[in-house]
Design a protein around this ligand. Structure first.
Ligand SMILES: CC(C)(COP(=O)(O)OP(=O)(O)OC[C@H]1O[C@@H](n2cnc3c(N)ncnc32)[C@H](O)[C@@H]1OP(=O)(O)O)[C@@H](O)C(=O)NCCC(=O)NCCS
Length: 327
């Protein structure tokens, strides 16, 4: 038996600048009506010129440490979940380590696309559970606005920027977190990918001209995958907790699209109020989305002592995963 792992605190941060559906009406051939009815998204926050991913990651991490009453020097490890780091080397976690002055921490980035936060929590909990770390700061931070093609109406209306964070630890206090479940299926990478900018297809005048540094997505395929996996994840988490999906107090899902969440609610025979949704105001912020939603749910008093809270996420890779927190 390993050490029991606790969630000690959460935090989040979104940039000030907002893109509304009316802004998109001026950029591409779309309408507020189309975006609202197909996605449920009204606004998204995006970074301004000169701001960067690590600015959000640092702020979200700082807020989570404050909530957990943990000093930066007591953090043993920092995990930043992102596929939009400031640069490839050094990793985003090293930038955060330095700016938070977490002088005793290791630092690593994890890329599991929209499943990033659950993946980060899983790996952070493994360090705490095995006794290799006492306190782990897990931050999910994404700047999708810098990899979004604002000429592609099929994707550009979906994405926003933001960061969420959680502190994991052991000992007294906090909320028991466990039942980590992670899966992947890498057989169809092109369903959701950024073709260029990695070592396979490095940046060149050609890749830039062909707009290959932006997210490409088969929306319908991703939609079907998302609904199927969300249902499986919730059913699995409920079964392992010995309860029915209708008995889960709060599901905090990846904030992907209201229709995807609605489809899962109906197919599982659950109630809408069992799901915490804020995608109307942030859009899809990939790895950060479930982290921001969890922090907001906590701060708004939606989570109460004794509650069973299930986090579920799915995304590019494909990757998907869940974890359960006993409040
Ligand atoms: C992207 C998504 C909203 C599109 O909704 P949809 O109902 O599947 O729409 P389709 O892709 O079938 O497109 C229907 C039509 O709307 C058009 N359309 C696409 N985006 C549009 C927009 N922003 N405004 C107006 N029309 C748009 C399409 O061009 C298409 O037109 P056509 O029939 O003339 O070709 C939906 O597929 C989706 O949410 N998928 C999941 C994507 C996601 O969340 N990915 C991240 C996962 S982590």
């Amino acid at each position: 038996m390993g050490t029991a792992v606790k969630l000690l605190g959460t935090g989040s941060f979104v940039p000030e600048r907002v893109l509304t559906n009316a802004d998109f009406e001026r950029m591409v051939d779309t309408s507020d009506e189309w975006i609202m009815s197909r996605t449920g998204i009204r606004e998204r926050h995006v970074l301004s010129d000169g701001e960067k991913n690590s600015d959000m990651a640092v702020q979200a991490g700082y807020n989570a440490l404050q909530a957990a009453h943990i000093a930066p020097e007591d953090v043993d490890h920092i995990i930043v979940c992102t596929f939009t780091p400031d640069m490839l080397v050094p990793n985003c976690a090293c930038v955060v380590q330095s700016r938070l002055d977490a002088v005793n921490a290791g630092a690593v980035d994890i890329n599991a696309a929209c499943t990033g936060f659950i993946s980060g929590l899983t790996h952070g909990a493994a360090l705490v559970g095995s006794g290799q770390a006492r306190r782990v700061l897990v931050i999910a931070s994404e700047v999708l606005s810098r990899v979004t093609d604002y000429q592609d109406r099929g994707t550009c209306v979906l994405f926003g920027d933001g960061a969420g964070a959680a502190v994991l630890g052991s000992g007294d206090g906090g909320h028991a977190i466990g039942d980590f479940f992670l899966r992947a299926d890498g057989s169809n990478p092109e369903a959701l990918w950024i073709p260029a900018g990695g070592s396979n297809l490095p940046a060149s005048a050609n890749t830039v001209a062909e707009r290959l540094h932006f997210i490409k997505m088969n929306g319908r395929e991703v939609f079907k995958f998302a609904v199927t996996r969300m249902i499986e994840l919730i059913e699995g988490a409920a079964e392992r907790a010995g309860i029915k999906p209708g008995d889960i107090d709060l599901v905090v899902p990846h904030q992907v699209n209201q229709r995807i969440i609605q489809a899962a609610v109906e197919r599982l025979g659950m109630r809408e109020e069992q799901f915490y949704c804020n995608l109307e105001w942030y859009g899809n912020t990939s790895a950060a989305s479930a982290a921001i939603a969890l922090d907001e749910a906590v701060r708004k008093g939606r989570v109460k002592a004794g509650n069973t809270v299930v986090l579920v996420a799915f995304g590019g890779g494909f990757t998907w995963g869940s974890t359960t927190i006993k409040w």
